[in-house]
Design a protein around this ligand. Structure first.
Ligand code: SF4
Ligand code: SF4
Length: 121
């Protein structure tokens, strides 16, 4: 999707690509600290956990609602783990994830405020 909104703004609410591209892993205690419901979390190692659905060949976070590139929402937005705060709309990871879904952009959005999961991720 050249999923850009009118006005040439990059909107995570119309994207969600990064929630369906990367493994979203974090120190296991974050799940408790952030109060992420158990069914969204998968244990990986004694010290690592990830968002369920992201540790697979075609990742898709189980907390992602909607269709990538159309309209998405994070079901646990206020509880999402640290990796979800790190991807910034327009940064290198964002662009890589978007490219996977054909959502490239010709504009440099670096520095735009992150909203993935007001979305999505
Ligand atoms: S940060 Fe994630 S949801 Fe937002 S535009 Fe980039 S890939 Fe899409
Ligand atoms: S922002 Fe929400 S939907 Fe996206 S990876 Fe994080 S927890 Fe999953």
């Amino acid at each position: 999707m050249e999923k850009l909104l009118a006005g040439d703004e990059l909107s995570c609410l119309n994207c969600g690509a990064c929630c369906a591209h990367f493994r979203v892993s974090f120190y296991w205690a974050e799940a408790d600290i952030n109060q992420i419901p158990d069914h969204y979390v998968q244990a990986l190692t004694p010290s690592l956990a990830c968002m369920r659905g992201t540790h697979q060949t075609m990742p898709r976070c189980s907390a992602l609602e909607g269709e990538v590139g159309q309209a998405v929402k994070c079901k646990i937005y206020h509880h999402r783990p640290s990796p979800c705060h790190e991807v910034q709309a327009g940064d290198e990871k964002c662009m890589r994830a978007r490219a996977r879904y054909g959502l490239t952009t010709s504009h440099d959005y670096t520095g735009q405020k992150n909203t993935p999961s007001e979305m999505a991720y």
